[in-house]
Design a protein around this ligand. Structure first.
Ligand SMILES: *Cc1c(COP(=O)(O)O)cnc(C)c1O
Length: 364
């Protein structure tokens, strides 16, 4: 008898390690490790979610038509070019599975969102990780990495885990330099957080080009991560392909009305964005004042560089914060940094106080 055998390229994969949620010896740790939105969801979304409870014996609407229509209405888009997914991870994954396979290449930034390399490996394609420039994607580096085997280019704009972004002219330049056969995916998971005037999430380029996808999510500034709802805007031909391969009921029943209420509550989103902008600026300034290296962020998290001496390095800081009940994100690819999500006001204040104590002394 021979045991069942997975594809050779899958057998060697390491499982995804999500942001920690528990610390030993701490009853209720504060989780600032997954870029969830501490400001919380729209009350209207919570109400819509609660109201859907009595319908959950039913399958959800298969094509998320009402949700697509609500998104199109709020953003001024064409609902026929929208696809919804179980989080935007679902759609990023569908793109890789539909357009890449063994022998193909997929380009992304060295420091970037984990889903791209994981799913590239899962389909047996070759991932090309291009070093970042000023913490964002390097347009020239990416263009130089394109070969006749390139099928997809992923830009998380703004970038996770660095928080940096590419101004719109740089995205235009990247698109102009790519062959028309390559799909350019603009992953705008943090679009709502961006306050830079020269940023665009990319909908207008999607409408003008045949090879550009923009992905969005309800998990970050809409604060619905647990419901797993995301969406994408793309050319009809690509949307058609994704609709063929997606699971028929990919967006859960409670998720659809909750996301509709969330996207239509533009007042709540504006409050959340204002809260985030204020704390992002305050935390960045406070971290810099401690002598730490806070990377300028357009997101709802801050990547913080620590000294390399063993008493004050990122790993010691991470342990100190955890022991005091605060979970932040340690990144294997950036051992001298920690990624800290913006939390509630008192949580942000507490993290800053703890880090000041850590930097000032021989912390306990
Ligand atoms: C969080 C995140 C996503 C998406 O998450 P979903 O919950 O699957 O919508 C996508 N891209 C980046 C860069 C992210 O940080």
């Amino acid at each position: 008898m021979t045991a069942p055998k997975a594809h050779s390229w899958i057998a060697g994969m390491a499982p995804y390690v999500p942001g920690k949620a528990k610390v030993e010896g701490v009853a209720h740790p504060v989780k600032l490790s997954s870029n969830e939105c501490a400001f919380g969801p729209s009350p209207a979304a919570l109400e819509a979610f609660a109201q859907s409870a009595e319908q959950i014996l039913r399958y959800p609407e298969a094509d998320s038509a009402a949700l697509r229509s609500a998104i199109a209405g709020v953003h001024g888009l064409d609902e026929e070019r929208i696809i919804c997914g179980a989080g935007s991870d679902d759609i990023l994954t569908l793109l890789i599975h539909s357009y890449a396979g063994p022998g193909d290449e997929v380009i992304y930034s060295q420091y970037g969102f984990m889903v791209y390399p994981v799913q590239t490996t899962a389909v047996g394609a070759t991932g090309i990780a291009v070093p970042n420039k000023n913490w964002a994607a390097d347009v020239d580096g990416i263009l130089a990495a394109v070969t006749s085997s390139t099928k997809l280019v992923f830009i998380d704009n703004p970038n996770n885990p660095t928080g940096a972004y590419l101004p719109w002219p740089e995205i235009e330049r990247l698109h102009a330099g790519l062959p028309e056969s390559v799909v350019l995916v603009l992953d705008a998971a943090y679009a709502e957080c961006v306050t830079a005037a020269d940023y665009s999430a990319g909908a207008e380029l999607v409408e003008r080009a045949d090879n550009v996808m923009m992905t969005r999510t309800f998990s970050k500034m809409y604060a619905l991560a647990g419901l797993r709802v995301g969406w994408a805007y793309g050319p009809p031909a690509i949307i058609d392909i994704l609709n063929r391969v997606r699971m028929p009921f990919n967006v859960c029943l409670p998720g659809q009305p909750a996301a509709i209420a969330a996207v239509e509550d533009t007042g709540h989103l504006a409050q959340s964005v204002a809260f985030n902008r204020e704390w992002r600026a305050a935390m960045t300034a406070a971290l810099d004042a401690m002598g730490l290296d806070a990377v300028d962020s357009q997101t709802n998290f801050i990547l913080v560089g620590f000294p390399k001496d063993s008493a004050h390095d990122a790993s010691a800081a991470n342990k100190f914060l955890a022991k005091n009940g605060y979970i932040v994100r340690a990144l294997p690819s950036l051992p001298h940094h920690l990624r800290i999500s913006v939390g509630k006001a008192e949580q942000n204040q507490a993290v800053l106080t703890l880090l000041a104590e850590f930097m000032n002394g021989s912390p306990q």
